[in-house]
Design a protein around this ligand. Structure first.
Ligand SMILES: Nc1nc2c(ncn2[C@@H]2O[C@H](COP(=O)(O)OP(=O)(O)OP(=O)(O)O)[C@@H](O)[C@H]2O)c(=O)[nH]1
Length: 197
């Protein structure tokens, strides 16, 4: 990184019902791995990934929320201050798809109606068990003004693409003609800290 490049921090949240694959999507994206075993997320967890995009270093702080109902209050509390969210359902589970609308409302209420969001229909490798059609997923996303991808954390389908699209949407919204309007600039924050000593 040189003196002229920006270093930005973006907060991204993964939401959706239990078992849809939030943790696996995060592990695929950050650690390039996949686990068949299921360990339910307790409360909340996060990982960090750094991208270099259009001369900017972007540190993604990606929060993996717990889908289980008993953690709902904790999960939604973390939505505040998010720059973008991935709302995930499982294409083999119609209830997880029906619940996307509820998650959207939670996002509106806790992160704001303007926050960028993308809907993901995960487990698209399980075509033989598919219950939710791709068209249904795309229609729902269109109705909510969100982008849509079908993904597979297992086979690494569209995972990078989905995160990149979300980051680009956030950057397009927050950078107007190259000016930062909302995202946290780490370089500036760090400078401030050093001068106040
Ligand atoms: N076939 C297939 N299985 C997947 C995929 N993604 C996740 N799984 C499996 O689905 C199960 C649940 O995955 P998790 O990532 O733990 O689900 P989660 O949404 O984080 O669940 P909670 O932590 O309870 O909210 C695990 O057994 C995974 O191996 C996928 O793309 N394809």
């Amino acid at each position: 990184m040189d003196e002229t490049s920006d270093f930005l921090l973006l907060k991204i949240i993964l939401v959706g019902d239990a078992l849809v694959g939030k943790t696996c999507i995060l592990q695929r994206y950050v650690d390039h791995s996949f686990h068949h075993s299921y360990v339910s997320t307790i409360g909340i967890d996060f990982k960090v990934k750094t991208l270099h995009l259009n001369d900017k270093f972007i540190k993604l702080q990606i929060w993996d929320t717990a889908g289980q109902e008993r953690f709902h209050t904790i999960s939604t509390r973390y939505f505040r201050g998010a720059h973008g969210l991935l709302i995930i359902y499982d294409i083999t589970n119609s209830v997880s798809f029906d619940n996307v609308v509820g998650w959207m409302k939670d996002v509106d209420a806790n992160a704001g109606e303007d926050v960028d969001r993308i809907i993901l229909g995960n487990k698209c490798d399980l075509e033989e068990k598919r219950i939710v059609s791709k068209e249904k997923g795309a229609k729902l996303a269109w109705e909510h003004g969100a982008r849509f991808f079908e993904t597979s954390a297992k086979d690494n389908v569209n995972i990078e693409k989905a995160f990149l699209a979300l980051v680009q949407d956030i950057m397009n919204k927050n950078y107007i003609y190259g000016q930062r309007t909302d995202v946290v600039n780490l370089k500036k924050t760090e400078k401030k800290k050093c001068c106040s000593r």
